[in-house]
Write a protein that binds this ligand. Structure first.
Ligand SMILES: Cc1cc2nc3c(=O)[nH]c(=O)nc-3n(C[C@H](O)[C@H](O)[C@H](O)COP(=O)(O)OP(=O)(O)OC[C@H]3O[C@@H](n4cnc5c(N)ncnc54)[C@H](O)[C@@H]3O)c2cc1C
Length: 436
């Protein structure tokens, strides 16, 4: 019998949805994990998030199904509506259909609840989370990171999951690399459904958990129920009018009403119920040449390397997939093993897919935001058509299968059988990741 390998110590920068997913998967592969988070407390912004089945499949394999299902709403269907009168242009069944087709549900959840479920799981597994730990410098060879207080942490591998404005990415590149403006911003609003139920025009929107998309010239709106259907999550996507130095700002009700005054009366009425809204500049990334440092002791993950417009609702799902794949690949690796091959495979498995999602989300902007005219009429005709050539990615058969059918566990197993086993030796059977 070969001697048992010593677990790695993996240092993850950032306790967002991506960093925590990576922490869970890496810990489940038997390694010691420390997460460094700059904030003084753990949490997420107060808004909803969609969890597609390619992500829920991973999360459920970590036994998070009961906690997530209890906190989430299962949408019945996606409905794409015309902006003017709300008439239906396309519909895709979700509840029941995605479970049967992809083995996991589509979920709508409050970000705070999602984050809390991941934090609890990470802690239960013994992941150490260090708060007030803003990383300011990295020694890529050691590897080691230094935080603002001057304290240094060493490890066998550093994973940078520090988001869109990643400091670690800039240190890795050795130059400034600010995120790219997309030209759009998002208003995020939460409305109480008990207020909607008082209004005959809005009551219907609270009765069945549809995700409603209204698409129109230069803008679109995405709305769905949250938290036992007690909240209605509204995201309005509009041209970016924020001053260059202001990425986030409060929004006034009159501003929202002015932008959507000619839209479906249900949407305009809905906006009269909003008392507080925040607008966020939407930025994304251009593809990096590589995610892995030449030392083979540092890599990037999540928004830090593939931030996207949220139009496919896949940004966090990509970060969860990254975490599951990286953590899964690390099972069977020990201290003293060179990490070059395993990190090369991680990048190979993840970069192509995430680049396609970033591009696909930007392309969808053009589809959603068409101005009235011949092209828009043709788009609507195709939206009303069947699965083939449908510009709605959740309806187009091939695109849907590519997005929702991704199986992170199978990718990991294949990579080991087809290459990593020859480099690192056979890994032990069993373990939680084998459930993926
Ligand atoms: C309007 C909108 C709607 C969206 N809707 C969806 C959706 O429905 N579905 C979906 O899948 N995705 C969605 N997304 C995308 C999703 O929110 C992101 O892709 C995801 O949250 C990225 O996670 P992350 O962990 O990579 O980064 P982040 O969530 O940004 O986490 C990074 C963490 O690192 C910490 N950090 C940063 N710098 C440092 C440092 N120097 N040292 C230590 N810690 C640091 C931060 O404090 C933070 O906790 C949406 C995005 C937007 C803007």
């Amino acid at each position: 019998m070969p001697p048992k390998k010593q677990p790695l110590h993996v240092l993850i920068v950032g306790a967002g949805l991506g960093g925590l997913s990576c922490a869970i998967a890496t810990r489940l592969s038997g390694h010691r994990v420390t997460v460094l988070e700059q904030s003084p407390s753990l949490g997420e912004v107060g808004a909803g998030i969609q969890i597609p089945p390619n992500s829920s499949k991973i999360l459920f394999s970590w036994d998070l199904g009961p906690a997530l299902s209890a906190a989430a709403v299962h949408p019945e269907a996606f409905i794409i509506r015309s902006y003017r009168d709300g008439s239906e242009l396309a519909r895709q069944q979700m509840r029941g259909y995605v479970e049967t087709e992809y083995g996991a549900p589509y979920l709508h959840i409050h970000r705070g609840d999602f984050h809390e479920v991941l934090v609890e799981k990470a802690r239960e597994l013994g992941v150490e989370i260090v708060l007030n730990a803003k990383v300011t410098a990295i020694d890529f060879e050691a590897p080691a990171v230094t935080i603002e207080t001057g304290k240094t942490f060493t490890a066998d591998l550093v994973v940078a999951a520090d988001g869109l404005k990643s400091r670690c990415r800039e240190l890795f590149l050795g130059r400034a690399d600010p995120p790219k403006d997309t030209g759009d911003l998002a208003y995020r609003i939460l409305v109480k459904t008990e207020d909607m139920k008082q209004d005959p025009l809005l009551r219907e929107l609270t009765e069945v958990p549809y995700v409603n998309y209204w698409i129109g010239p230069d803008q679109h709106a995405v709305c769905y129920l949250l938290r036992s259907s007690n909240l209605y999550n509204i995201v309005l996507l509009s041209p970016d009018t924020l001053p260059p130095s202001t990425p986030i700002a409060p929004a006034t009700p009159s501003e929202l009403h002015a932008l959507f005054s000619t839209w479906d009366p249900r949407l305009t009425r809905l906006l009269t119920l909003s008392t507080a809204a925040t607008k966020w500049r939407l930025q994304n990334s251009t593809e990096l040449p590589s995610w892995v440092h030449a030392s083979s002791r540092f890599c990037l993950l999540g928004d830090a390397c593939h931030a996207t417009l949220p139009y496919l609702a896949q940004g966090a799902a990509m970060a969860v997939e990254d975490g599951a794949v990286l953590g899964g690949l690390l099972k069977g690796i020990g201290r003293g093993d060179g990490l070059g091959e395993v990190l090369r495979v991680y990048e190979e498995l993840r970069k192509k897919r995430t680049t396609r999602v970033v591009r696909g989300s930007s392309e969808l902007r053009g589809v959603f935001h068409m101005r009235d005219g011949e092209k828009q009429k043709e788009r609507d005709r195709r939206l009303r058509g069947g699965e083939r050539g449908n510009p709605m990615p959740w309806k187009e058969g091939r695109v849907q299968r590519w997005l929702f059918g991704y199986d992170a566990g199978a990718e990991v197993e294949r990579a080991w059988k087809e290459g990593l086993e020859a480099v690192y030796g056979r890994r032990e059977e069993g373990g939680s990741m084998s459930k993926l």
